[in-house]
Write a protein that binds this ligand. Structure first.
Ligand SMILES: C[S@@+](CC[C@H](N)C(=O)[O-])C[C@H]1O[C@@H](n2cnc3c(N)ncnc32)[C@H](O)[C@@H]1O
Length: 298
């Protein structure tokens, strides 16, 4: 696939009315299969999230978890249930999750249960029982809030707010507003854990691009491409902490992964401002994990 075709397709999709209804109809007729390597990438990210929570002895048994931006295939919410979470609330601003994609996510986990539970150090028999019992995503202890109304969440009621590959899709000012509004929702032991993918998502579908091709696009071109595709804020790893602090959080931990092949070519690329003033390491950091806790004095 060439990225230009993806952009044009995105623009056409944006202009189609009744999109959610058409999406649902299409899935009912044709089914909806996940791109399996993407779900294995989700499992890889889940390993990082749960390794971090385990390392800080965060007890998920009975915990209430809110996932921001659950998307199409709620694999990580199922894994939180496997880890013992008492209640998982999935949220989104787009109604991507439906019974067809939910069944596909369950099927992927079920078909690969031994491998997944092996990687996460979980008991596969227990997980099979949990999977069988999780029949829908509108149960009181496993539900989908879309559109997500933050005011429907009681203060102090959430132990973990978690996301994977979502923060890069939220405009910076909205991110501060959303996180500030979420802060009182966290319980006394509550924390946030976010896995961020800072790579150009068009490269995911067009491997002829570099992983930071979008940093070579000037404002007008980028605005057009970004309007056609799923919005990306192009924030670099080192720019997130200031936003989190502005929303009233302490950065408990930040892990980052530099992509070595991007680092090797970064100095040869014609990056546009402000990226041209950043170090090769800063522009080539393509994955982050942030753990945040409310700044109690905020
Ligand atoms: C790349 S998808 C990731 C989906 C899922 N977390 C996963 O790992 O497969 C990004 C998701 O974030 C959602 N999203 C974007 N902006 C959001 C916001 N402000 N609040 C909540 N979700 C948002 C999108 O609708 C989409 O479902």
């Amino acid at each position: 696939v060439q990225w230009q075709a993806v952009v044009v397709k995105g623009a056409i999709k944006r202009l189609i009315p009744f999109k959610p209804q058409l999406r649902r109809l299409k899935r009912m007729v044709a089914g909806y299969d996940p791109v399996v390597p993407n779900l294995w990438s989700t499992i890889g990210h889940a390993e990082k999230i749960f390794a971090d929570l385990d390392a800080r002895n965060f007890d998920l048994r009975g915990a209430t978890v809110l996932e921001l931006g659950s998307g199409w295939f709620p694999v990580i919410p199922l894994l939180y249930r496997f880890k013992g979470a008492g209640r998982v609330v999935m949220t989104d601003i787009n109604p991507y999750l439906d019974p067809v994609s939910f069944a596909a996510a369950k099927r992927f986990v079920s078909d690969n249960l031994r491998q997944i539970t092996g990687r996460l150090g979980l008991d596969s028999e227990h997980c099979q029982t949990v999977l069988t019992e999780t029949r829908s995503f509108d149960a009181p202890d496993f539900n989908y809030a879309c559109p997500f109304n933050i005011h429907s969440i009681a203060d102090g009621s959430i132990d973990v707010i978690s996301s994977r590959t979502v923060l890069e899709h939220i405009p910076p000012a909205d991110l501060i507003g959303l996180f500030a509004a979420l802060r009182p929702k966290l319980s006394v032991r509550g924390l946030m854990i976010h896995l961020v993918d800072e790579s150009d998502h068009l490269e995911h579908v067009d491997k002829s691009l570099t992983r930071i091709n979008f940093l070579t696009m000037g404002p007008a071109r980028w605005a057009l491409v970004n309007w056609c595709c799923d919005y990306q804020n192009r924030l670099r790893h080192h720019e997130f902490p200031a936003l989190f602090r502005a929303a009233g959080y302490r950065i408990d931990e930040q892990l980052s992964w530099v992509d070595e092949s991007t680092l090797a070519i970064a100095p040869t690329l014609k990056l546009v401002p402000p990226f041209d003033a950043m170090t090769p390491e800063q522009v080539s950091t393509l994955e982050s994990l942030f753990v945040l806790t409310p700044e109690r004095s905020a």
